[in-house]
Write a protein that binds this ligand. Structure first.
Ligand code: ADP
Ligand code: MG
Length: 273
């Protein structure tokens, strides 16, 4: 939990962040001079070509790796302290479940580690399993689930302690389109209800637009932030099915697509998919 809950406390603040990896032929410049602020309660998506450093940036925020230059703070604290204080929940590409634990026991693991009582834990786990559509699978083991279902367990686990910041790296990438849209709706509801800030990596332009207050577009390596698009949906616009069909939604999708590709795509043009 953040200590200072003043309006000025940013969920994430990155300043001049660069990351260079050593490699055989010299070095790989994964990120260069990235400045990013995420306000408390804000939903920000990172979108950009494969290899532009999105996962690297997430790993730096989560203190899973250290920047080569620059600084990052989470709720005004150094990232190692935020990690120790459990200020954020993580759902990354790999579900990372414990194979010897049931779905319920995987979801409840963070609560167990923080000594939440059995009654409260059981109730919360039931609620989370329902939220991600796995109520009927609570007693199964991870290897009895599809990849998408495993990922839903990981998301439920990340949400277990109602963190004020969620770091999500393509968490819906393995889900079928209908499940994915349902998860997006659920996630935006959860983010609104809990007031949690979210940093969300995705390859899907509609997904980024649907979920976000701001969509941050990154360039090919070395990854930099090239464009930031405010969706302007705010809290007044309900994230529901009608939004997906609204002209303003298509307008923002087009803006992000043009920012990604550098120019409007001509009919019959070679747009990457
Ligand atoms: P994205 O998530 O946007 O697809 P990544 O952040 O995973 O991109 O990777 C950015 C670049 O950094 C890529 O060229 C990748 O090969 C390189 N990279 C990432 N992690 C490492 C590492 N641990 N060692 C060496 N190179 C890495
Ligand atoms: Mg990645």
């Amino acid at each position: 939990m953040a200590e200072a809950s003043g309006a000025s406390t940013l969920a994430v603040s990155a300043r001049g962040v660069s990351k260079t990896f050593p490699s055989k032929g010299g070095e790989v410049r994964a990120l260069e001079a990235v400045d990013l602020d995420v306000a408390d309660g804000e939903f920000v998506s990172l979108i950009g070509p494969s290899g532009c450093g999105k996962s690297t940036l997430m790993r730096l925020i989560a203190d899973l790796d250290a920047p080569s230059a620059g600084t990052i703070s989470v709720f005004g604290k150094p990232v190692d302290r935020a990690r120790r204080d459990q200020d954020y929940g993580i759902a990354f590409q790999q579900a990372g479940l414990l194979p010897w634990r049931t779905v319920a026991a995987n979801i409840g693991l963070p609560l167990e580690l923080h000594r939440v009582g059995a009654t409260e834990r059981t109730a919360r786990v039931r609620e989370l399993a329902e939220l991600v559509g796995l109520s009927d699978f609570a007693d199964r083991y991870p290897d009895q689930l599809s990849g998408g279902m495993q990922q839903r367990v990981a998301i439920a686990r990340a949400l277990a302690e109602r963190p004020r910041l969620l770091l999500m790296d393509e968490p819906f990438g393995a889900l079928d389109e209908m499940t994915r849209e349902r998860m997006q709706t659920e996630l935006s509801r959860i983010a609104a209800e809990t007031g949690a800030a979210v940093v969300f990596v995705t390859h899907s332009i509609p997904e980024a637009v649907f979920l976000s207050d701001r969509v941050v577009v990154m360039s090919p390596r070395p990854g930099r932030i090239t464009t930031v698009i405010e969706t302007g949906f705010g809290t007044e616009v309900a994230r529901d099915e009608s939004l997906r069909e609204a002209p303003v939604f298509f307008d923002r999708v087009t803006a992000v697509r043009e920012a990604l590709h550098g120019a409007p795509v001509a009919p019959g043009g070679r747009e990457a998919r």
